[in-house]
Design a protein around this ligand. Structure first.
Ligand SMILES: NC(=O)c1ccc[n+]([C@@H]2O[C@H](COP(=O)([O-])OP(=O)(O)OC[C@H]3O[C@@H](n4cnc5c(N)ncnc54)[C@H](O)[C@@H]3O)[C@@H](O)[C@H]2O)c1
Length: 250
Protein backbone atom coordinates (compact mmCIF):
# COMPACT_ATOMS: atom_id res chain seq x y z
CA UNK A 1 0.00 0.00 0.00
CA UNK A 2 1.32 3.48 -0.85
CA UNK A 3 1.48 6.49 1.48
CA UNK A 4 -0.49 8.90 -0.70
CA UNK A 5 -2.53 10.24 2.24
CA UNK A 6 0.10 10.66 4.94
CA UNK A 7 -0.59 13.97 6.70
CA UNK A 8 -4.06 14.11 5.11
CA UNK A 9 -7.47 13.93 6.75
CA UNK A 10 -10.69 12.44 5.44
CA UNK A 11 -14.38 12.28 6.23
CA UNK A 12 -16.31 9.34 4.79
CA UNK A 13 -20.09 9.15 5.16
CA UNK A 14 -22.11 5.94 5.12
CA UNK A 15 -18.87 4.45 6.43
CA UNK A 16 -20.18 1.68 8.68
CA UNK A 17 -20.62 -0.73 5.80
CA UNK A 18 -19.83 -1.59 2.18
CA UNK A 19 -18.21 1.02 -0.05
CA UNK A 20 -17.89 3.67 2.68
CA UNK A 21 -16.20 1.29 5.11
CA UNK A 22 -13.83 0.10 2.38
CA UNK A 23 -12.94 3.71 1.48
CA UNK A 24 -12.24 4.54 5.12
CA UNK A 25 -9.99 1.48 5.41
CA UNK A 26 -8.19 2.30 2.16
CA UNK A 27 -7.53 5.96 3.01
CA UNK A 28 -6.32 5.03 6.50
CA UNK A 29 -4.10 2.27 5.09
CA UNK A 30 -2.49 4.91 2.89
CA UNK A 31 -1.82 7.19 5.85
CA UNK A 32 -4.92 9.38 6.31
CA UNK A 33 -6.62 10.18 9.57
CA UNK A 34 -10.24 9.28 8.93
CA UNK A 35 -13.61 10.13 10.45
CA UNK A 36 -16.21 7.49 9.66
CA UNK A 37 -19.69 9.00 9.72
CA UNK A 38 -22.87 6.94 9.80
CA UNK A 39 -26.22 6.60 11.56
CA UNK A 40 -25.28 3.07 12.64
CA UNK A 41 -23.15 3.98 15.65
CA UNK A 42 -22.43 0.43 16.76
CA UNK A 43 -21.16 -0.73 13.38
CA UNK A 44 -19.43 2.57 12.65
CA UNK A 45 -17.55 2.43 15.94
CA UNK A 46 -16.61 -1.21 15.30
CA UNK A 47 -15.23 -0.44 11.82
CA UNK A 48 -13.31 2.55 13.19
CA UNK A 49 -11.89 0.42 16.01
CA UNK A 50 -10.82 -2.25 13.53
CA UNK A 51 -8.89 0.39 11.56
CA UNK A 52 -7.09 1.62 14.66
CA UNK A 53 -5.80 4.91 16.04
CA UNK A 54 -6.11 6.81 12.78
CA UNK A 55 -9.89 6.32 12.68
CA UNK A 56 -12.88 7.43 14.71
CA UNK A 57 -16.64 7.16 14.32
CA UNK A 58 -19.00 10.13 14.19
CA UNK A 59 -22.79 10.00 14.30
CA UNK A 60 -24.12 11.71 11.18
CA UNK A 61 -27.42 11.39 9.39
CA UNK A 62 -26.60 12.60 5.87
CA UNK A 63 -30.09 14.13 5.54
CA UNK A 64 -29.66 16.36 8.59
CA UNK A 65 -28.25 19.87 8.11
CA UNK A 66 -27.75 20.02 11.86
CA UNK A 67 -25.62 16.85 11.82
CA UNK A 68 -23.52 18.26 8.97
CA UNK A 69 -22.87 21.43 11.01
CA UNK A 70 -21.88 19.32 14.00
CA UNK A 71 -19.56 17.31 11.73
CA UNK A 72 -17.88 20.51 10.57
CA UNK A 73 -17.21 21.47 14.19
CA UNK A 74 -15.88 17.98 14.92
CA UNK A 75 -13.58 18.03 11.87
CA UNK A 76 -12.23 21.46 12.82
CA UNK A 77 -11.66 20.39 16.45
CA UNK A 78 -10.13 17.05 15.63
CA UNK A 79 -8.14 17.78 12.45
CA UNK A 80 -8.18 21.56 11.92
CA UNK A 81 -8.40 20.80 8.20
CA UNK A 82 -10.08 18.52 5.68
CA UNK A 83 -8.39 17.07 2.60
CA UNK A 84 -10.85 14.41 1.39
CA UNK A 85 -14.61 14.07 1.65
CA UNK A 86 -16.31 10.96 0.33
CA UNK A 87 -20.02 11.84 0.14
CA UNK A 88 -21.49 8.36 0.28
CA UNK A 89 -24.58 6.87 1.86
CA UNK A 90 -27.23 4.22 1.50
CA UNK A 91 -28.58 2.92 -1.79
CA UNK A 92 -32.30 2.56 -2.42
CA UNK A 93 -34.24 3.27 0.78
CA UNK A 94 -37.84 3.04 -0.47
CA UNK A 95 -39.77 0.14 -2.03
CA UNK A 96 -39.76 -0.19 -5.82
CA UNK A 97 -43.03 1.07 -7.35
CA UNK A 98 -44.06 2.54 -10.69
CA UNK A 99 -43.87 6.34 -10.64
CA UNK A 100 -47.67 6.73 -10.72
CA UNK A 101 -47.92 4.73 -7.47
CA UNK A 102 -44.96 6.34 -5.74
CA UNK A 103 -45.94 8.23 -2.58
CA UNK A 104 -44.52 11.73 -2.49
CA UNK A 105 -42.95 10.87 0.85
CA UNK A 106 -40.95 8.03 -0.77
CA UNK A 107 -39.74 10.35 -3.50
CA UNK A 108 -38.65 12.90 -0.88
CA UNK A 109 -36.97 10.28 1.32
CA UNK A 110 -34.81 8.94 -1.54
CA UNK A 111 -33.91 12.36 -2.91
CA UNK A 112 -33.02 13.56 0.59
CA UNK A 113 -30.74 10.65 1.46
CA UNK A 114 -29.01 10.61 -1.93
CA UNK A 115 -29.09 14.00 -3.67
CA UNK A 116 -29.79 16.50 -0.90
CA UNK A 117 -27.21 14.78 1.29
CA UNK A 118 -24.46 15.52 -1.23
CA UNK A 119 -25.60 19.14 -1.46
CA UNK A 120 -25.41 19.41 2.34
CA UNK A 121 -21.96 17.79 2.24
CA UNK A 122 -20.73 20.31 -0.32
CA UNK A 123 -22.36 23.28 1.38
CA UNK A 124 -20.76 22.35 4.67
CA UNK A 125 -17.30 21.31 3.56
CA UNK A 126 -16.31 22.91 0.23
CA UNK A 127 -14.95 26.02 1.99
CA UNK A 128 -12.80 23.84 4.26
CA UNK A 129 -11.68 21.65 1.35
CA UNK A 130 -10.71 24.81 -0.52
CA UNK A 131 -8.25 25.67 2.26
CA UNK A 132 -6.31 22.43 1.58
CA UNK A 133 -6.92 22.15 -2.18
CA UNK A 134 -8.88 19.07 -1.25
CA UNK A 135 -11.10 16.63 -3.08
CA UNK A 136 -14.77 15.72 -2.88
CA UNK A 137 -15.83 12.34 -4.28
CA UNK A 138 -19.55 11.59 -4.59
CA UNK A 139 -21.01 8.08 -4.93
CA UNK A 140 -23.41 7.86 -7.87
CA UNK A 141 -24.61 4.65 -9.58
CA UNK A 142 -24.85 3.13 -13.04
CA UNK A 143 -28.60 3.57 -12.59
CA UNK A 144 -28.07 7.28 -13.26
CA UNK A 145 -28.04 6.35 -16.95
CA UNK A 146 -30.08 3.12 -17.04
CA UNK A 147 -33.65 2.74 -15.84
CA UNK A 148 -34.79 -0.03 -13.56
CA UNK A 149 -38.58 -0.33 -13.26
CA UNK A 150 -39.86 1.02 -9.95
CA UNK A 151 -36.81 3.09 -9.06
CA UNK A 152 -37.56 6.60 -10.38
CA UNK A 153 -36.34 8.55 -7.34
CA UNK A 154 -33.16 6.47 -7.02
CA UNK A 155 -32.27 6.90 -10.71
CA UNK A 156 -33.13 10.60 -10.64
CA UNK A 157 -31.07 11.15 -7.50
CA UNK A 158 -28.07 9.29 -8.89
CA UNK A 159 -28.26 11.22 -12.17
CA UNK A 160 -28.56 14.43 -10.19
CA UNK A 161 -25.42 13.53 -8.27
CA UNK A 162 -23.43 13.37 -11.49
CA UNK A 163 -24.74 16.78 -12.52
CA UNK A 164 -23.96 18.09 -9.06
CA UNK A 165 -20.39 16.78 -9.27
CA UNK A 166 -19.87 18.58 -12.60
CA UNK A 167 -21.47 21.76 -11.27
CA UNK A 168 -19.41 21.81 -8.07
CA UNK A 169 -16.24 21.02 -10.03
CA UNK A 170 -16.71 24.27 -11.92
CA UNK A 171 -17.96 26.29 -8.97
CA UNK A 172 -15.09 25.43 -6.62
CA UNK A 173 -12.27 25.20 -9.19
CA UNK A 174 -9.38 25.43 -8.96
CA UNK A 175 -9.18 24.86 -5.21
CA UNK A 176 -11.50 21.84 -4.82
CA UNK A 177 -11.71 18.93 -7.24
CA UNK A 178 -15.09 17.22 -7.39
CA UNK A 179 -15.64 13.85 -9.04
CA UNK A 180 -18.11 10.99 -8.87
CA UNK A 181 -17.59 7.26 -8.69
CA UNK A 182 -20.24 5.30 -10.53
CA UNK A 183 -20.48 1.79 -9.14
CA UNK A 184 -22.16 -1.08 -10.90
CA UNK A 185 -23.04 -4.28 -9.05
CA UNK A 186 -20.92 -4.29 -5.90
CA UNK A 187 -21.35 -7.04 -3.35
CA UNK A 188 -22.40 -5.35 -0.11
CA UNK A 189 -25.32 -5.49 2.28
CA UNK A 190 -27.26 -3.63 -0.42
CA UNK A 191 -27.67 -7.07 -2.09
CA UNK A 192 -28.88 -8.88 1.05
CA UNK A 193 -32.46 -9.05 -0.17
CA UNK A 194 -31.61 -10.34 -3.65
CA UNK A 195 -31.91 -14.10 -4.12
CA UNK A 196 -29.44 -16.40 -5.91
CA UNK A 197 -31.35 -16.18 -9.19
CA UNK A 198 -31.29 -12.37 -9.13
CA UNK A 199 -27.57 -12.36 -8.37
CA UNK A 200 -26.85 -14.85 -11.15
CA UNK A 201 -28.79 -12.68 -13.61
CA UNK A 202 -26.71 -9.67 -12.59
CA UNK A 203 -23.50 -11.62 -13.10
CA UNK A 204 -24.69 -12.59 -16.60
CA UNK A 205 -25.30 -8.91 -17.36
CA UNK A 206 -21.80 -7.94 -16.24
CA UNK A 207 -19.00 -8.41 -18.78
CA UNK A 208 -16.50 -8.99 -15.95
CA UNK A 209 -18.58 -12.05 -15.02
CA UNK A 210 -18.79 -11.26 -11.32
CA UNK A 211 -19.80 -8.69 -8.74
CA UNK A 212 -17.31 -6.00 -7.87
CA UNK A 213 -16.08 -5.53 -4.32
CA UNK A 214 -16.34 -2.46 -2.09
CA UNK A 215 -12.54 -2.43 -2.09
CA UNK A 216 -12.50 -1.99 -5.87
CA UNK A 217 -14.72 1.09 -5.55
CA UNK A 218 -12.59 2.35 -2.66
CA UNK A 219 -9.51 2.11 -4.88
CA UNK A 220 -11.21 4.39 -7.42
CA UNK A 221 -12.27 6.85 -4.70
CA UNK A 222 -8.72 6.94 -3.37
CA UNK A 223 -7.35 7.54 -6.87
CA UNK A 224 -9.77 10.41 -7.51
CA UNK A 225 -8.93 11.92 -4.11
CA UNK A 226 -5.16 11.59 -4.51
CA UNK A 227 -2.67 14.13 -5.84
CA UNK A 228 -2.01 11.95 -8.90
CA UNK A 229 -5.55 12.84 -10.06
CA UNK A 230 -4.80 16.58 -9.75
CA UNK A 231 -5.95 17.24 -13.34
CA UNK A 232 -9.19 15.25 -12.99
CA UNK A 233 -12.27 17.17 -11.93
CA UNK A 234 -15.91 16.93 -12.96
CA UNK A 235 -15.41 13.30 -14.00
CA UNK A 236 -17.75 10.37 -13.42
CA UNK A 237 -15.72 7.17 -13.18
CA UNK A 238 -17.53 3.88 -13.78
CA UNK A 239 -16.49 0.99 -11.54
CA UNK A 240 -18.87 -1.57 -12.92
CA UNK A 241 -17.10 -4.47 -14.64
CA UNK A 242 -18.43 -3.15 -17.94
CA UNK A 243 -22.09 -3.33 -16.89
CA UNK A 244 -22.93 0.10 -18.30
CA UNK A 245 -21.44 -0.61 -21.73
CA UNK A 246 -22.96 -4.05 -22.19
CA UNK A 247 -26.03 -4.65 -24.34
CA UNK A 248 -27.14 -7.36 -21.90
CA UNK A 249 -27.49 -4.96 -18.95
CA UNK A 250 -30.63 -3.09 -19.93
N1 LIG B 1 -23.67 -2.01 -3.81
C1 LIG B 1 -23.98 -1.73 -5.08
O1 LIG B 1 -24.20 -2.62 -5.91
C2 LIG B 1 -24.05 -0.28 -5.53
C3 LIG B 1 -24.20 -0.02 -6.89
C4 LIG B 1 -24.28 1.29 -7.32
C5 LIG B 1 -24.21 2.32 -6.40
N2 LIG B 1 -24.07 2.04 -5.09
C6 LIG B 1 -24.06 3.17 -4.17
O2 LIG B 1 -23.01 3.04 -3.25
C7 LIG B 1 -23.38 3.67 -2.03
C8 LIG B 1 -23.00 2.77 -0.88
O3 LIG B 1 -23.68 1.55 -1.04
P1 LIG B 1 -23.21 0.22 -0.30
O4 LIG B 1 -23.46 -0.88 -1.26
O5 LIG B 1 -21.88 0.40 0.30
O6 LIG B 1 -24.35 0.14 0.83
P2 LIG B 1 -24.33 -0.39 2.31
O7 LIG B 1 -25.76 -0.67 2.62
O8 LIG B 1 -23.33 -1.49 2.51
O9 LIG B 1 -23.83 0.87 3.16
C9 LIG B 1 -24.62 2.03 3.32
C10 LIG B 1 -24.26 2.69 4.65
O10 LIG B 1 -25.04 3.90 4.74
C11 LIG B 1 -25.48 4.02 6.09
N3 LIG B 1 -26.63 4.91 6.14
C12 LIG B 1 -27.93 4.61 5.89
N4 LIG B 1 -28.69 5.72 6.04
C13 LIG B 1 -27.84 6.72 6.41
C14 LIG B 1 -28.03 8.10 6.72
N5 LIG B 1 -29.24 8.68 6.65
N6 LIG B 1 -26.94 8.83 7.06
C15 LIG B 1 -25.70 8.25 7.13
N7 LIG B 1 -25.47 6.96 6.84
C16 LIG B 1 -26.54 6.21 6.47
C17 LIG B 1 -25.78 2.61 6.52
O11 LIG B 1 -25.83 2.49 7.93
C18 LIG B 1 -24.61 1.85 5.90
O12 LIG B 1 -23.52 1.82 6.77
C19 LIG B 1 -24.88 3.98 -2.15
O13 LIG B 1 -25.03 5.36 -2.41
C20 LIG B 1 -25.34 3.20 -3.35
O14 LIG B 1 -26.37 3.84 -4.06
C21 LIG B 1 -23.98 0.77 -4.63
Amino acid sequence: MSDRFVGRTALVTGAASGIGAATARRLAAEGARVLLADIDDERGAAVAASIGDRAAHLHLDVTSARDWSAAAAEVRDRFGRLDVLHANGPGRVVPARPAHEMPESDWDAQIDVSLKAAFLAARTFCPLLAETEGALVITSSVHAATGIPGCAPYAAAKGGLQSLARQLAVEYAPRVRVNAVVPGPIMSSAWDGIDAEGRAATIRETPAGRFGTPEEVAAAVAFLAAQEAAFITGACLNVDGGWSVSTTSS
